[in-house]
Ligand binder design. Structure first.
Ligand code: FAD
Length: 284
């Protein structure tokens, strides 16, 4: 199918974007990498009157490490994150997760900010940002504000970004030395969206795990922090009993709905399987 007709403008400044968003309201859509939006238009799932291309606005792309945090511009592509040596050194979880996002061609065009703004519950970056306690910088005509990942993802494809606002950057604290991370997901075919996945982070002090974060994707309407399972592991040395207790606790943390291929029980089972793999990887 072809997209319905729409107007197109390539904005030069954020101020211009805010003005256009105010003028067109729900009839406007921001265009970043286009890897989700253009597919939605072609499938006629969305029919905006105007696309506002933000890719020409200076200052919205790039990775900066300073003052204990990593700032990733919203227009930074998945591939740039994947290939960044700064990311590999400071936030290895992102380097581990990146190859799971679609295919190379999509990673070359799709943006980190686009994935966060879209908030697909089966996407990799939202769960990683939850596990890493990221903050999102959201700009509007009256200035910028920051929202923590745990407050940002509100419902299916719904975030804290207001109708006349733009996500400009993602800020992630650099984990302390001794921090380990693991990203595990299951898909039907390589490059597909996850059936279920987990982004895991913890400090490992001679085998004792602390600061444990387990953020799941593909199990609910938003990414989910598995707080009961995290508590089962916190401050403990990993053992089969600890892994079993964490897996058991997932029945409280997660309430997966089924999809075309997996029942809720299957999804919970798979979440338990990948939790064991992720915890063992944190301990390796
Ligand atoms: C075949 C295929 C497979 C895919 N598989 C995966 C996968 O496995 N995992 C995964 O995570 N993704 C996957 N994707 C999606 C891909 O990662 C997209 O790049 C991403 O979801 C959106 O980024 P984008 O830059 O392309 O955004 P766009 O498509 O341009 O925009 C997406 C939405 O976000 C809004 N938006 C974009 N940028 C901003 C901003 N800065 N501020 C506010 N709103 C903004 C747009 O208005 C639009 O509503 C897949 C896509 C395809 C086509």
């Amino acid at each position: 199918m072809k997209a319905p007709p729409f107007a197109y403008i390539k904005a030069k400044t954020l101020a211009e974007v805010f003005q256009l968003l105010e003028t067109h309201g729900d009839g406007a859509r921001l265009l970043a990498g286009g890897q989700s939006l253009l597919a939605a238009l072609n499938l006629r799932l969305s029919s905006p009157e105007i696309l506002i291309d933000i890719t020409g606005i200076p200052g919205l792309a790039g990775i900066v490490v300073a003052n204990g945090k990593v700032s990733i511009g919203a227009l930074t592509t998945h591939a740039e994150v994947e290939r960044s040596t700064q990311i590999a050194h400071t936030l290895p979880l992102l380097a581990q997760a990146a190859p799971h996002i679609a295919h190379v061609a999509i990673r070359n065009a799709g943006t980190f900010g686009g994935s966060i703004a879209l908030a697909d519950p089966a996407a990799e970056w939202p769960a990683c940002c939850l596990a890493l306690d990221a903050e999102f910088v959201i700009a509007g005509k009256d200035g910028s504000r920051k929202v923590r990942a745990r407050d940002f993802f509100q419902a299916l494809y719904t975030t804290a970004i207001g109708p006349a606002e733009v996500l400009t950057a993602i800020e992630i604290p650099v984990p302390a030395g001794g921090s380990r991370s693991a990203f595990v997901e299951l898909t039907r075919r390589r490059g597909d969206y996850a059936i279920v996945g987990v982004a895991a982070v913890a400090n490992n002090a001679q085998g004792t795990l602390s600061g444990v974060q387990l953020a799941f994707l593909g199990v609910d309407q938003t990414p989910v922090l598995a707080k009961k399972a995290m508590a089962e592991v916190e401050g403990k040395r990993l053992s089969p009993a600890v892994i079993a207790a964490a897996a058991q606790a997932l029945a409280t943390d997660l309430d997966p709905s089924g999809d075309t291929y997996s029942t809720p029980a299957t999804k919970l089972h798979l979440a338990r399987v990948i939790t064991g793999r992720a915890l063992n990887a944190l301990n390796a």
